[in-house]
Design a protein around this ligand. Structure first.
Ligand code: SAH
Length: 385
């Protein structure tokens, strides 16, 4: 069920490709990932195929194989002439992700994969099977520049942005796992995407929006997923939240708040010194107004840090100040990262926090902590390797 790690030669695409074949992923190199079909709109795909000397309709055929049948294997594309399969297909569908490690938890319902990218950079994605859905947690950046002290990825700094196709490839590989029955319960569809892996998605804005469009565009232009089942999670980059509001794609917006007061939030989310709690909540509320999509507030409960009863009350007040019915809160027990002095709140404190929000009329659901025994918190596995 795992793909063996193979040295890759990427013909002509590597920015530093000379006559020496690139036989190792070991040394990170600078440069852009090779161009891939999933980076392009359908009009751009047709233009590229024409540039490569083939009729434009071939772009649609290859897109159907990739987005519809989830394959990049030229051998499977029997509607293409044999010569074209070997020549054109690798130029449009270069290998972007190589599986390095796969860890399972929760009886196989949670599968975390560590990927190596073309330049040796590592990112993670986590697939979670539930009775009614299968959710993939994707990475949008290698590392992260937001430096939140409780987050494993935040400790690594930003290595680079992922490309649209590097994000879509995480989705395609998970969709294959689902289709091929690799989760308990047999073959199923990948239904949900959360941008809650490594990185700050709104700091890689254009790429992430393009990836969302590839996910929701109907096949063969894209994967034909529902925008409502895609969640974009942010530390609260207010101008980018406003841009997202204007895109007109009904994704779910999650705001990582973690504290209702600026003094504490600035310690937990350093970017709060740039855009405050109030500004982030205003932008979240506008998102609801324009899209009609209820916003999720993420709140990692950290023992003796942000889990006080008065903070639950203050959070409820800040949300209610902006109206009713526009928001729900997801408290998440902190997943402790190695070397951190912080730990999850005690269960009775968590219960009290949730009870206060609910009695104020705020819909509140504690998020399950899948895969904590496999370093489920984002970035932990990549940090280890
Ligand atoms: N950068 C984005 C998305 C990635 S993190 C964001 O911050 O929203 C996805 C969620 O996991 C965020 O709410 C983040 O604050 C939370 N998170 C990070 N580290 C965590 C940890 N150790 N325990 C619990 N939640 C954590």
């Amino acid at each position: 069920m795992t793909t063996p790690v193979q040295p890759q030669v990427l013909p002509g695409h590597a920015p530093d490709a000379g006559d020496r074949p690139r036989l190792s992923f070991a040394v990170p190199r600078r440069g852009k990932p090779p161009r891939h079909l999933a980076d392009l709109t359908s009009a751009e795909r047709a233009a590229v195929v024409t540039e490569l000397g083939q009729p434009a309709y071939r772009a649609k055929q290859i897109s159907t194989h990739y987005f519809g049948h989830l394959t990049r294997d030229p051998g499977a594309m029997t509607d293409l002439p044999a010569g074209m399969r070997e020549d054109l297909v690798p130029q449009l569908l270069p290998e972007l992700l190589t599986e390095v490690r796969r860890l399972e938890a929760d009886g196989g319902d949670t599968v975390k994969t560590l990927w190596s990218l073309f330049d040796g950079v590592k990112v993670e994605s986590v697939l979670m099977g539930y009775s009614d859905r299968a959710t993939l947690c994707v990475s949008s950046q290698a590392g992260c520049g937001m430096a939140c002290p409780f987050c494993a990825t935040g400790q690594q700094g930003l290595t680079r942005n992922l490309s649209t196709a590097e994000i879509i490839e995480q989705v395609r590989r998970a969709a294959i796992s689902c289709r091929d029955g690799e989760l308990p319960g047999g073959p199923r569809r990948l239904t949900n995407i959360v941008f809650m892996g490594m990185g700050e998605p709104l700091a890689n804005y254009r790429t992430v929006i393009n990836a969302v469009r590839r996910m929701v565009d109907p096949t063969p232009d894209g994967l034909g997923m529902s925008a409502r089942h895609i969640t974009v999670s942010t530390v609260g980059l207010v101008p980018a939240m406003r841009k997202l509001t204007a895109e007109g794609i009904p994704v779910t917006l999650a705001l990582s708040l973690h504290a209702p007061d600026d003094e504490l939030r600035s310690q937990l989310i350093p970017i709060n010194t740039r855009w405050t709690v109030g500004e982030a909540l205003d932008a979240a509320r506008e998102y609801f107004e324009v899209t009609g999509r209820r916003v999720s507030i993420e709140y990692a409960l950290i023992k003796d840090m942000n889990d006080h009863g008065w903070r639950a009350d203050l959070l409820a007040a800040e949300l209610l100040k902006r109206g009713k019915g526009w928001v729900h809160v997801n408290p998440i027990p902190l997943n402790p990262t190695p070397g951190s002095i912080w730990t999850a709140s005690d269960k009775d404190v968590e219960d009290e926090f949730v009870a206060r929000l609910r009695s104020a009329g705020i819909p509140t659901t504690v998020r399950d902590t899948r895969g904590s025994d496999i370093d489920g918190a984002c970035g932990q596995l990549a940090a280890e390797v």
